[in-house]
Design a protein around this ligand. Structure first.
Ligand SMILES: Cc1ncc(COP(=O)(O)O)c(C=O)c1O
Length: 452
């Protein structure tokens, strides 16, 4: 582990040394704090923060959550001591340059021949920008996305006043191509949103076929890889890699979103949107009497809907990529370990007499349910397991998440379950830490003993 205890004082020193050259000054008395008061408040803070799940522990295998890499923390805190704002260039020239460099690295990872892009504060904001550009490019046209796409797409369609068209999914949670073609043939769809790595199941929409259909009907394609985008690094059809074709097709889309704060080892506050046609910059054009005065060079705020953004987020991502690059040998090794963990868990589920795998994981999200005859009983057993696993003594706890499914989705996957309720919860586990992959056997055994 990178020893933050020894690196953080270096960040403080570097900042202090840099500031010294401008001349010493005293902090204003109004900003001084009492050490005893801080001691008390800090103790309370650390106490209160224990009201959390141990996201960084291998046995936390619930939601898409994990702490950032220590190097990202170091990069973030080092830049945060200066607190640059990546809006106008004079808000933070160094971190604006770092942002441009990491965005180039993302564009190269996706194989985009050309690009215009920037970091955002989240995947939600990044997708909002992509949908807004979709509206501006094809005014009056609707936006189609699968019923398993992140809920943000239908909400953001409401926000920007565009009709959102849900397209049904197939038996693996992927956009159904026949249903898409039917919608496209109406002529009302201007943009199709494909998802590589749905939030619930990690399913991969068939991007090459979606692009072909969209092009045949004059529609654009946006791909939401907020969760799955970094799997591009290991998209080689190998056993610990992922399917090649959908990721290779990203090079041919109009826009792509990826969240460094998911699989890019970053703290929250780091999404990204990239457009393949730099000319979409024309939609962003605006002026302001109080900014953009320092140079003729492009200011990131001129191609972003957000105003203030943390330069520290760019510094964190930049520093991380210097030591864990966007290559198979770099970040790819983290993702391959996750994939091995997910596949191993699926194998254990296939051998189990107490659980059934809901479907094959295409990325690192494993879904499964306790063997019970009806959906209402599966729901009750899943809810009980979620609570019981988290209530074990700390050194044994397992933290999970649940996923709501409908009877027809179970039937489509060949599960003979009595559909006595409209929806029921099954288990959903994200194996997004390589350390969790090594703990899968232990986790599975513990869940087997709990579920009865
Ligand atoms: C596929 C997908 N799109 C968009 C989002 C929203 O991203 P954020 O939570 O960064 O706003 C998520 C979050 O899980 C996601 O999985």
């Amino acid at each position: 582990m990178t020893d933050l205890g020894s690196w953080l004082p270096r960040a403080v020193d570097a900042n202090a040394r840099w500031m010294t050259q401008f001349g010493a000054f005293e902090q204003h008395p109004s900003l001084r704090v009492d050490d005893t008061a801080l001691e008390r408040a800090f103790t309370e803070l650390t106490d209160r923060l224990r009201d959390n799940y141990p996201f960084g522990h291998p046995r936390y295998v619930g939601q898409m959550l994990k702490p950032p890499h220590e190097v990202a923390v170091l990069g973030y805190l080092t830049a945060m001591l200066i607190n640059p704002n990546n809006h106008a260039l004079d808000g933070g020239p160094a971190t604006a340059q770092m942002e441009k460099e990491v965005v180039i690295k993302l564009a190269r990872m996706f194989g985009l021949p050309d690009h215009l892009g920037h970091l955002t504060s989240s995947g939600t904001t990044a997708n909002l920008e992509a949908l807004w550009v979709a509206r501006e490019s094809h005014p009056g046209k609707a936006i189609a996305f699968s019923t398993d796409a992140h809920y943000t797409h239908s909400r953001m369609c409401q926000v920007i006043g565009v009709e959102g068209v849900p397209v049904r999914t197939d038996a693996r949670g992927r956009m159904d191509l026949d249903a898409l073609e039917q919608e496209l043939s109406t002529g009302r769809i201007g943009t199709v949103v494909a998802t590589l790595g749905t939030t619930g199941l990690g399913a991969l929409d068939p991007l090459p076929e979606i692009i072909e259909l969209a092009q045949a009907h004059g529609a654009r394609v946006h791909v939401d890889t907020a969760y799955g985008g970094f799997f591009t690094l290991i998209a080689d059809d190998t056993t610990d890699g992922v399917a090649r074709a959908p990721f290779a097709a990203i090079a041919g889309v109009d826009s792509v979103v990826v969240d460094p704060h998911k699989h890019g080892l970053q703290p929250y506050g780091c999404g990204a949107v990239l457009f393949s046609d730099p000319a979409v910059g024309r939609f962003y054009v605006h002026d302001s009497p109080y900014t953009y005065f320092s140079s003729d060079e492009l200011h990131l705020g001129e191609i972003s809907l957000e105003c203030s953004r943390a330069g520290a987020a760019a510094a964190a991502f930049w520093l991380t990529l210097e030591v864990i690059p966007l290559t198979d040998a770099g970040l790819g090794q983290v993702l391959r370990a996750n994939r091995r963990g997910a596949r191993e868990w699926k194998r254990l589920l296939d051998e189990s007499t107490r659980f059934t795998a809901y479907q094959d994981p295409e990325l690192d999200i494993v879904t499964y349910f306790p063997d019970r005859p009806s959906l209402s009983e599966i729901d009750a057993a899943s809810a009980k397991l979620f609570v019981a696993a988290a209530a074990l003594p700390p050194e044994e706890q397992v933290h999970l998440a649940t996923y709501a499914v409908k009877p027809d989705a179970l039937a489509a996957r060949g599960h003979a379950v009595v559909g006595d309720v409209d929806t029921g919860r099954i288990m959903r586990s994200t194996v997004m830490k390589p350390e969790s992959a090594d703990a899968v056997v232990e986790i599975h055994a513990r869940l087997e003993s709990l579920v009865g």
